[in-house]
Ligand binder design. Structure first.
Ligand code: S3P
Length: 442
């Protein structure tokens, strides 16, 4: 049996962050570019596509469903769309790796197909809750089986016909909203989704850009079945979730000046900027041109003394993926930072409350985890040995923590960084972080 290779980061303390550079393409928008381009009529050309494992899992799955896709080459794809009804059965289960977005959005898309699909993933993905999508899809008439505890493998059987529903989501989830909008394209009548708090709206924006009428009235989004998509050009901006590590790193470093270019600034994603600014961060934004319905801009960040805050609950879904990095900022702030209403963090690629609490405690920070959040008492970060538990965002957050630590930070279990940020170590190193990666037997 081949030995599984793991990765460890070793980051020397201190260092500076400098430079002007782009971050890799947005993961959420990359997934959607492949999914929507594939079911559109005609060719879709994508640029800025994220060549990370998660978006590549979506791309491979679409190829397995019969879609011809050229690339990626330097972030460019050419997708020969097959139209709403042109997908074909895959001849093996679709392996979606570590990617929750792929699994949840594909559930919606495949629920309306006239063939059987099976969806599987890695150990982390096979533990994540799927009833949040399979329950409402079942109400639309879909036939989806899960494991007894509501996790993958998912088996999707052809349904005699999907019906639109009017669904109030119990949790703020763009993945659930998107899954229902995608199945809504295949349903009779109107599918209406109401969200309890604003979540990322990339699906709505991209559907509209490809010619599907999407009605958005406050928290309600509606699509009508049968509307066809027209292929076109999609420019994927840089991922603000990847930029977040540099925003925090440059804020806590003793010396830094970083400008991140072409970063997506969709207002449903900018919670991290708002939270860091409330903590006292020095972040300047030069909002630029909008690429295919998504605003972008340059972000410049410099070190600043941070203070702890109570994070406003309405910002939680707008920064949901950035909390590991925000917790590192909180560890370096004067006073306490309190987060509540964020129980979703417990069901991400890892339990991000437990895993960050464990790691920050090892680095000498006083933490008080709660079921739905955490209280972090800012202090002095020590060096130490932490574990990323296979969660990309935890690994990159702790790498940045070394900028403010008084000893080296060693982070185990970092191989999944490639899911969202291929080239992170090289880019961070070029910017001034004293980071190296080492192979381990995992
Ligand atoms: C995503 C939505 C969020 C986010 C995930 C990507 C998306 O998940 O955490 O990384 O692309 O729709 P939830 O919708 O489960 O909050």
């Amino acid at each position: 049996m081949a030995l599984k290779v793991g990765r460890r980061f070793i980051v020397e303390p201190g260092g500076a962050l400098h430079g002007e550079f782009p971050v890799p393409g947005d993961k959420s928008i990359s997934h959607r570019s492949v999914m929507l381009g594939s079911i559109a009529e005609g060719e879709t050309r994508v640029e800025g596509f994220l060549e990370g494992d998660d978006a590549m899992a979506t791309l491979s799955a679409m190829r397995a469903l019969g879609v011809e896709i050229e690339g990626p080459e330097d972030g460019r794809l050419r997708i020969q769309g097959v139209g709403l009804h042109g997908l074909q059965a895959a001849d093996a289960p679709l392996d979606l790796g570590n990617s929750g977005t792929s699994m949840r959005l594909f559930s919606g898309l495949l629920a309306g197909q006239p063939f059987v699909s099976e969806l599987v993933g890695d150990a982390s993905l096979m533990r994540r809750p799927m009833r949040r999508v399979t329950d409402p899809l079942t109400r639309m008439g879909a036939r989806i089986g899960t494991a007894p505890n509501g996790t993958a493998p998912l088996r999707i059987e052809p349904a005699p016909g999907l019906r639109g529903i009017d669904y109030a989501m119990p949790m703020a989830s763009a993945q659930v909203k998107s899954a229902l909008l995608l199945s809504g394209l295949y349903a009779e009548g109107e599918t209406c989704v109401t969200e309890p708090a604003v979540t990322r709206d990339h699906t709505e924006r991209m559907l509209a850009a490809l010619g599907v009428p999407v009605a958005v009235e406050g928290p309600r989004v509606r699509v009508t079945g049968g509307a066809s998509l027209t292929g076109g050009g999609i420019a994927v901006p840089g991922d603000i979730s990847s930029a977040a590590f540099f925003l925090v790193g440059a804020s806590i470093a003793s010396q830094a000046s970083v400008t991140l270019t072409n970063v997506g600034l969709n207002p449903t994603r900018t919670g991290v900027i708002e939270i860091l600014r409330r903590m006292g961060a020095s972040i300047d934004i030069d909002a630029g041109h909008a690429g295919t319905g998504e605003p972008v801009g340059r972000i410049t960040v410099e070190p600043a003394p941070l203070r702890g805050i109570d994070i406003p609950p309405e910002l939680v879904p707008l920064a949901i993926d950035e909390f590991p990095a925000i917790f590192v900022a909180a560890a370096c702030a004067r006073g306490e930072t309190v987060l509540r209403g964020a129980e979703e963090l417990r069901v991400k690629e890892s339990d991000r409350i437990a895993v960050m609490a464990e790691g920050l405690a090892r680095l000498g920070i006083e933490v008080h985890p709660q079921p739905d959040g955490i209280r972090i008492v800012g202090g002095r970060l020590r060096g130490g040995h932490v574990r990323a538990h296979g969660d990309h965002r935890i690994a990159m957050s702790f790498a940045m923590a070394a900028l403010a630590a008084d000893g080296p930070v060693t982070i185990d279990d970092c191989a999944e960084v490639d899911t969202s940020f291929p080239g992170f170590v090289e880019l961070a190193h070029r910017a001034g972080l004293s980071i190296r990666a080492e192979e381990t037997s995992a």
